[in-house]
Each structure stands twice: as C-alpha cells, then as structure tokens.
Design a protein around this ligand. Structure first.
Ligand code: ARG
Length: 588
C-alpha cells in the first residue's frame, strides 16, 4: 500500500495542476498545529515566488480544486498561504481496512531485495557473555528482523571470537590438569572421541583461572602463546581440542541466546576466515597496496579529507602473526565468496569504530568488495549503571549477562506478583516474558549510538515509555477482545468505520503512520523509531480506551467498528514488538 502522505500529496498535486501550478509544490505533511487541522501543505508559499502571486491566492485556487475530493474532508486556505486539511473519514477507514486485510499491514516488500549479512553478537568462545555483548545481540537481532520484514535476504552471523590467545590459555591450563589426554600426545593421530574432555562449567572456570595466572607467571604465558601458535599452525591435537571447546561453548551460547529470543543463521567465527589470509595478503602485496613498514606489513588507508588521524591498516606483525584487522578483512573475502552480499552491517561497540574505518577502507582500496558493496558500521554506545559509569557488578567486576537478566526477572516477578493473585508457575512464566521486554525495550528505545543508563526500576515499570507498558496495552486489547467473544461477538467480522470522537480519530491517524515509520526504521537501521512509534500508538489507544465505553455501548454498529480498530491496533503493536524481538503474554 502507498504511504498515506503520498496518497494525500498525490491528491493535492492534482489540484495544483488543475489550478495551473507545478505539482512539485504539493507535498503534504502532518500538521504541526493539530488543534487546527490534521495535515498541511505549505507549497503555495514556495510557488508564490515562481508565479509572482500572493501565496494566499495560490492556496485559494488549490483549495477550490479540492472541493468534492474523496480524500479530504475539510480544506482551508489560511493566511499567508497555508493549506490546512482534514482527511475524509471514509477514505481514512478504507485505508485502515486495507491495512487490516494485508498481512504486512500495507508495508510493501522491497522491489529489489538485497542480500545483507549482519555481523552481530560477537561473543568470545569460552569467555562468559557480558553486558557489552547484550547490546550487540539485541540491536542486531532487531535490525535483522526489520530488514527481513522489508523483504531482503538477510543472513545473521554471530562471528565468534574463537581465534585468540584465550584458546592457547585454555589448552595450557588443560594440559596441566589433564596431561593424560590423547590430544597432548605429540603423535596424536587425529582420532576424535565424541565426548568433550570438560563441561561448560569447567571451561568457564578454566579460562579466568588461566588468564589470571598468565599475568603473574611469565613461563606460563609463554607456553600459552606457544600453544596458540601451534594451534594456529595446524597442530592436530590442539585443533581437535579447539573443536571440543567450540562445541561445548556454542551449545551453551545457543541456550543463552535462545533465552534472549535471539538466533543466528551462521555460527561462523574468526577461525573460519584464517584460510583466506595467505592469498589475500599475497594479492595485496602483488597489487602494490601492502608494504613493509617497521617490519610489519601494512596498507595505507588515510584520506586527504580526514580530520583525525587514521593509522595504516596493519596486516601482519613482524613475527608474521595476523591481527584482528586481518581476520576481519579475510572474513569479508569469505563472505563475498560464499554469499556475495550487497551489504554487510556490523553491530559492534562504537569504541571499535577506528578499527572498522581501517577495515572498510582497506577492503575497498584492495578490491575485496565492489564499489557498490555497502559496508556499514552500526556502533552502539555503552550501557551504564545508575552512577553513569559502565555497568559493573556490586563488587566491581564485569557484569555477566546471566546475572543481569536474573536481576530483571526477579524485579519483574515481584511486581507481577503484587499486581494480582496468580500461581507461582504462571507468575514466573509471565515475568520472564515481560522481563525480556523490559531489557530489550530499555535498550532499543535509545538511539543505538548513544550511551544509556540501565535502570531496572524504570525499565520494569508498567508506566511510561517502557516495554511492560507496551505489553500491558496489548494485553488490555486482548482481554477486551476475549470478553467481546465471551459476550457472543465475533472479532474479525467487522470493518473500521468513521470515528465517533476525537480520541478515536487520533488512534486511527496514528495507525496510518506505520508504513512510513517502517520505511525509516529500515533505511536507518533504527529500531528506536519503532519504539517511539509504538509508544505514541499505545498512548493513543489508552486515551481512546479511557474515553470510550467499548463493550458497554448500546450502539452495535459502533461497537463492531471499535473491535475492528482494536484488532488492527493489536496487530500493529504485535508486529512491531516482534520486530524488536519480544512478545506479549496472554495475561499479565
Ligand atoms: N568478539 C569481538 C568482541 O568481543 C566482537 C566482534 C565484532 N565483529 C567483528 N566482525 N569484528 O569485541
């Protein structure tokens, strides 16, 4: 379906043309004086210059042509030349009924679907997930869903951090604890027992222990570096161990992400990109882009217009070891080869921006991507505690994701249990669903690039701009619809008709904005636009609800129309929260 403002503009364009003026002046926008009108067109002011006429004369001419329009109700020319408009009631209801009949609510699929890879999540194998990874997962998941809803072919890749010193540390620590394992045998033949030689709990304990020890114990650290080197250069036993570490870790990560309603199409990682490095580097050398400077192999990526220093992109260190940058470049090579994407979007902490500037420029300069390939860095800000500093545990450590979610769910449970009597199992189930909305909405309602304060109290409140408030609104609608059916009505067999009062009209008008809001949310990869919209929509609905006796009304025709309006409101809200990555319970 066309966007409502486009339809209105087209109607006004006809009137401009009929009155003898250029259609380009006919742009309609939402009124900034809702007390006077719903829409306005200020084109007469601009046209006045071209036609050397008073704007009000032009406006009058256009208004005359709009007489009898089926799109507009009241239309008025106002000094010095504004055109103020109200929409025609029947036109508005038919637009809304059109939305209701369409499973995409009138939002059209992209005409030319793109293939988009979204790189998000970015957990590091064997290290616990912390709150920094939460933002990437939440934002990335939503951006993925939005792009998919817009009709694109979207591939979500978790891009595991599975290629660092942490692997060598784990191997070294394992060697000390279980030297008898076959993997440590110099002559290990590659036989691969199914069973991993450790559990996830052990693994999670091994890494911090090893990491701590490496900081105090130099030979231990050297052993870990040596193990990392041997792993990266093909030692079979270590590679088998890496496989086990990956399997155990990934199983656990999947469980964690499932709790967050986050899923990935690809579980690839930094290690998958390594085989692409030698050829890539060789070609960069052959093409004259990569050169040796201070013993390291680098590519210059600075540009004349830079206002801050962009250091050369370092590919290989003096000892031949590759870096984070090299891995990201090789990952681009891999992605181009396997998926040929039109665009790659990285949802990563904005403190890594310089890294991505270097990577993108290097990729373009060396021809790893085409001129058309989009490389987009969606950098997100820091999640801070109430003190405005990065979120920490009470004792100052890095906050683990699981604990943070537990905190939220406990707070939610308290509030849910206080709201009405229910059995414990139900209360727990509901608080999990609502808790997730609190975390995700609390995050997504801010523009991603901004830092924000994680405020359990505020996020879990059922009032204000919060996830629980949105869910309460949906649950309220569901409950009215349920009661309507209990009273013998059939929800879904009615049509939306002309509004009976102002708050109903306001709700109707709010619903028509879905389409253009979605377009912006996709184009700007901006879930916060969806949050802002559903907050307005929920407010409009609640105002209507408080001012209208829906089920108690004697007017059966009006009641039917209201039920249809409720159905559409619910559908829009539910579609939106699904795009944000959470859902509503039946009851709260
Ligand atoms: N594992 C990295 C980290 O924890 C994030 C990875 C981001 N993605 C990328 N392609 N570099 O910081």
């Amino acid at each position: 379906m066309k966007k409502i403002l486009d339809l209105l503009s087209a109607e006004v364009a006809k009137a401009f043309a009929a009155a003898g003026y250029d259609e380009k002046y006919a742009r309609v926008s939402i009124s900034n004086r809702p007390d006077l009108c719903e829409y306005q067109c200020n084109g007469a002011m601009a046209a006045a210059k071209e036609y050397h006429k008073a704007p009000i004369m032009i406006a009058n001419g256009v208004v005359e042509q709009l007489a009898g329009s089926e799109v507009f109700g009241e239309v008025q020319a106002v000094n010095p030349g504004f055109i103020n408009m109200k929409i025609n009631d029947a036109f508005l209801s038919s637009y809304l009924n059109g939305m209701e009949a369409d499973e995409r609510l009138g939002f059209e699929k992209a005409e030319h679907p793109k293939t988009i890879v979204i790189d998000y999540g970015g957990p590091n194998v064997a290290k616990p997930l912390h709150v920094g990874h939460l933002r990437s997962a939440i934002i990335g998941e939503s951006v993925k869903r939005i792009a998919r809803f817009a009709g694109h072919h979207v591939i979500g890749d978790v891009h595991l951090g599975d290629w660092g010193l942490q692997m060598g540390l784990i191997i070294t620590e394992l060697h000390e604890r279980k030297p008898e394992l076959c993997y440590f045998d110099e002559n290990y033949d590659g036989a691969y027992p199914e069973e991993a030689p450790f559990t996830i709990a052990e693994l999670e304990e091994i890494y911090p222990t090893a990491s701590k020890r490496s900081k105090e114990d130099e030979p231990y650290k050297e052993a870990a570096m040596q193990a990392t080197y041997e792993l990266q250069h093909g030692r079979k036993g270590y590679q088998a161990l890496l496989q086990h570490i990956l399997n155990v870790s990934v199983t656990d990560l999947k469980r964690n992400y499932a709790n967050l309603n986050v899923s990935f199409d690809l579980w690839k990682g930094e290690s998958d990109a390594q085989p692409y490095i030698p050829d890539m580097v060789q070609k960069m050398k052959d093409d004259g882009f990569a050169y040796v400077s201070d013993n390291a192999l680098v590519v210059d990526v600075k540009e004349d217009t830079d206002t801050k220093e962009v250091p050369p992109c370092m590919l290989l260190k003096s000892d031949g070891a590759s870096l984070y940058t090299t891995t990201d470049l090789a990952t681009i090579v891999e992605r181009m080869k396997l998926y040929n994407p039109d665009e790659i979007i990285y949802v990563v902490d904005k403190r890594q921006e310089m890294h991505f500037i270097q990577v993108f420029r290097c990729a373009r300069k060396c021809g790893l991507v085409t001129d058309e390939t989009g490389l987009k860095f969606l950098g997100f800000g820091t999640m801070n505690g109430k003190d405005g500093k990065p979120f920490k545990t009470r004792d100052g450590g890095v906050m683990r994701l699981e604990y943070l979610l537990k905190d939220i769910n406990e707070e939610m449970l308290k509030k849910i249990e206080a709201s009405r009597p229910m059995d414990e199992e139900e209360a727990e189930k509901i608080s999990k669903i609502v808790g997730l909305s609190a975390v995700k909405y609390g995050d997504l309602s801010n523009q991603a690039s901004k830092d924000y304060i994680f405020d359990v109290d505020r996020f879990t409140s059922s009032e204000g701009n919060t996830g629980p408030y949105i869910l309460y609104t949906i649950v309220r609608i569901k409950s009215i619809l349920r009661k309507y059916e209990e009273m013998g009505g059939t929800a879904g067999d009615g049509q939306i008709t002309a509004s009976a009062n102002e708050s109903e009209k306001a709700l109707q008008l709010e619903l028509t904005k879905f389409n253009s809001m979605m377009e912006t949310a996709y184009e700007e990869s901006a879930p916060h636009k969806i949050c802002a919209y559903i907050y307005d929509l929920a407010n409009a609905f609640n105002k209507f609800y408080h001012e209208t006796k829906i089920l108690g009304s004697e007017d059966e025709a009006a009641k039917k129309s209201w039920i249809a309006l409720l159905l559409l409101t619910r559908k829009v809200l539910e579609t939106c929260i699904d795009l944000l990555g959470f859902e509503a319970p039946e009851k709260m």
